[in-house]
Design a protein around this ligand. Structure first.
Ligand code: NAP
Length: 246
């Protein structure tokens, strides 16, 4: 049984989609939640209310994860508000798809800065707390795009492949401090990010499970990786993709 009672989780990009699903799932298992969002205060407030309905504490923090300074300050604020934390979920992410030959520098840089550097910024800002505590669970949201490489996503695939490598480095460097770091590679999940996706029968045939995933499909694995049931798993990347990348 997954039990996160008494634990505090930081979830980046917790205001919508997969991050919101993880926030609610963690709260259902008893965790307090610190939600980081980028600008959507209304959505972040809705998630806060849902999390609080489970009887756990929730605060929301506006922070651009691409800024190391903002990450440092936000983690300080979270420690002041919650007294510490045990779990970090690096979920904030964006896409700016374009064919390689058409891709602008700005499109490449923005995606790397948010998806990969944002993940690094948060791990760095949180690591001393984990080391002092001799305990921590870090979960990075990568993508099957980072495993397969998808046309039109040179920036995104590279950022998500980088997240997998960063996960392995973190696992090696912090394993001796009792900190686990794993990645989840979702396939196509129904969120704002995929709202323009082709959902024809033809497209669904490319997924062995013949459907898109839900934020809850991803949240179920995140809860396992955040719990003591996964204490001997680190440096791993697990696909939640209905078989898409087999
Ligand atoms: P989404 O619905 O578009 O939500 C993105 C979230 O990230 C929002 O909470 C947003 O905050 C936050 N965010 C974006 N830029 C940020 C920044 N610079 N600093 C802080 N927060 C930022 O996306 P999603 O589909 O749930 O995706 C979540 C993660 O899963 C991403 O890393 C994505 O790459 C990955 N993923 C998604 C899919 C999929 O099919 N959906 C598949 C594979 C991997 P605001 O609400 O304030 O804008």
């Amino acid at each position: 049984m997954t039990d996160l009672k008494g634990k505090t989780a930081i979830i980046t990009g917790g205001s919508r989609g997969i991050g919101a699903g993880i926030a609610e799932k963690f709260a259902a298992y008893g965790a307090n939640v610190a939600i980081i969002y980028n600008g959507n205060l209304e959505k972040a407030t809705e998630v806060k209310q849902k999390v609080e309905s489970f009887g756990t504490k929730c605060e929301i923090y506006k922070c651009n994860v691409a800024s190391s300074e903002e990450c440092k300050q936000t983690v300080k604020n979270i420690v002041a508000d919650f007294g510490g934390f045990e779990i970090l979920v690096n979920n904030a992410g964006i896409t700016k798809d374009n064919l390689l030959v058409m891709m602008e520098d700005e499109e490449f840089d923005a995606v790397i800065d948010t998806n990969l550097k944002g993940c690094f910024n948060m791990i760095k800002a949180c690591s001393r707390n984990f080391i002092k505590k001799k305990y921590g669970k870090i979960i990075n949201i990568s993508s099957v795009s980072g495993i397969m490489g998808l046309a039109g996503q040179a920036n995104y695939s590279a950022s998500k492949a980088g997240v997998i490598a960063l996960t392995k480095v973190t696992a090696r460097e912090l394993g001796g401090k009792n900190v686990c770091c794993n990645a989840i590679a979702p396939g196509f999940i129904t969120t704002d990010m995929t709202k323009d996706l082709d959902s024809s029968e033809e497209f669904l045939k490319s997924i062995p499970k013949a459907r898109l995933g839900t934020p809850e499909d991803v949240a179920n694995l995140a809860a396992f990786l955040a719990s003591s049931m996964s204490d001997y798993i680190t440096g791993e990347t697990v696909r939640v993709d209905g078989g898409l990348a087999i």
